[in-house]
Design a binder for this molecule. Structure first.
Ligand SMILES: [Cu+2]
Length: 157
């Protein structure tokens, strides 16, 4: 009950804009998942939707996880007709806006997986924000169709 009271109070304070909350308080994460990969593949990626309920722009500046040796923030760019991945310093979430991490766009790259991923396994990811706050989420492993990334022969472009 006490927690509910504080949750309601926090919501009121943030929505009334008297006091700006931390990035972790302002950013909500929905539908996070990690892409299932074939056995032997040691690289995967995580996707999710990030919503900012504050009047201030926030950004993810780092992600930590024990699932892989390295975790990087990536985006995709088209160069000479090829889809290339590129590391980015941060992922911005605009004030009162949304940023979507999705196949073919922004993603959290998991490099050097320590173990094979199993379907529905929960992967713990800690999102670190520009103001030093952080949020830990559980992203289940899911099979995904690489929508829009296959050509007519079903090959990756
Ligand atoms: Cu990548």
């Amino acid at each position: 009950m006490k927690n509910l009271f504080f949750a309601l109070l926090a919501t009121f304070v943030i929505s009334s804009n008297c006091l700006a909350g931390t990035a972790a308080e302002s950013i909500s994460v929905s539908d996070p998942y990690v892409r299932a990969v074939p056995p032997g593949q040691t690289v995967s990626a995580s996707f999710m939707q990030l919503k900012n309920s504050s009047d201030k722009q926030h950004a993810i500046v780092n992600v930590k996880s024990t699932i892989s040796k390295v975790v990087e923030l990536h985006t995709h760019t088209h160069e000479n007709g090829m889809m290339m991945m590129r590391q980015v310093e941060k992922m911005e979430i605009p004030a009162n806006g949304e940023t979507v991490l999705q196949p073919g766009g922004l993603h959290i790259m998991l490099i050097g997986l320590h173990n094979e991923l199993t379907l529905d396994q929960k992967v713990s990811l800690t999102l670190e924000f520009e103001d030093g706050s952080s949020k830990t989420i559980e992203a289940p492993v899911r099979k995904i169709m690489m929508k829009g990334m296959m050509n007519s022969k079903g090959m990756m472009k």
